[in-house]
Write a protein that binds this ligand. Structure first.
Ligand code: SAM
Length: 271
């Protein structure tokens, strides 16, 4: 059933049937979703089964079990946060700061999307990835196996070995940053199919970031960087909390409503 360009014969019939089903269910990019569904399985029956799940509101990535991020195809699973394209800025920026031989930490890693891009960009890193969700860490273990990364379940820094204190060059964190009161306005797919712990950032959305920034100086080497993704509207507050933690702050905006704040530890430059 592969090939979206084929519109004749049985494949064309199946394509029309699936696209119509997806359109009726409100999928705006029905043709593109057909491409993904048909590419993910070999039989017409299976495509119909997956399309029915998608039409019932399950996120496409959960249906097919993979998501594209930073040019990589990553394993995802039900009840796990689906990496968003906007986070590619965080991954790219973190990769641009990492050098071979350094220790890099992906905090709140989900399926390990940020760490996977960093590992694909910079060789010979000692990568660590932590998430509180066991389901997410199972995906991260698959996605980061080739990178030889160490993955662990735990609350922020708790899962890290003490020998990493003062040795981490880059900490990248896409932690939950949706203010609790705004969760109700999130798209249905996220609200119903992604865990609340992956979305809820507390009253102002920055509960996790406060703890991440406060803990960062203990783990970062001199000149090491903490990078956090937040919404554009949280820019000033997030920069302030990094400053309060003793980090020297600069910010990079991506123009898609999110911002990556870069905080640097200590005065010595390690460029
Ligand atoms: C917005 S998702 C981002 C996941 C991943 N960084 C990405 O960009 O695809 C936030 C992640 O933080 C994790 N998380 C929430 N609270 C945490 C905590 N206290 N310690 C570690 N991970 C946590 C969630 O399980 C979820 O996977």
């Amino acid at each position: 059933v592969r090939g979206s360009d084929r519109t004749d014969g049985p494949t064309g019939d199946l394509r029309r049937e699936v696209v119509a089903l997806l359109r009726a269910a409100g999928c705006v990019f029905a043709e593109a979703e057909w491409d993904v569904l048909s590419e993910s399985t070999g039989s017409a029956e299976e495509v119909r089964r997956l399309a029915a799940q998608r039409a019932s509101g399950v996120p496409l990535e959960h249906v097919v079990g993979w998501a594209e991020f930073g040019g990589l195809r990553l394993a995802v699973a039900r009840e796990v946060f689906v990496p968003r394209r906007r986070t590619e800025l965080l991954a790219r920026t973190a990769a641009s700061l990492a050098r071979p031989g350094q220790v890099v930490l992906d905090l709140c890693c989900g399926v390990g999307a940020v760490a996977a891009v960093i590992a694909a960009t910079v060789p010979d890193l000692d990568i660590h990835a932590v998430d509180v969700s066991e389901a997410a860490i199972r995906c991260a273990a698959r996605n980061l196996a080739m990178a030889g990364a160490t993955v662990a379940v735990g609350d922020l820094y708790d899962a890290l070995p003490s020998r990493l204190a003062g040795r981490v060059s880059v900490i990248a964190a896409n932690a939950p940053y949706v203010p609790t009161d705004a969760l109700a306005q999130m798209p249905t797919e996220a609200r119903l199919h992604e865990p609340r712990v992956a979305l809820d950032g507390g009253p102002d959305g920055l509960d996790l970031h406060r703890r991440i920034a406060a803990g960062a100086p203990h783990w970062l080497c001199s000149g090491g960087r903490l990078l956090i993704e937040v919404a554009d509207s949280q820019h000033a507050a997030a920069a302030r909390l990094c400053g309060d933690a003793g980090l020297d702050v600069s910010a990079i905006e991506d123009g898609e409503g999110t911002v990556v704040i870069v905080g640097r530890a200590g005065l010595a430059s390690r460029d």
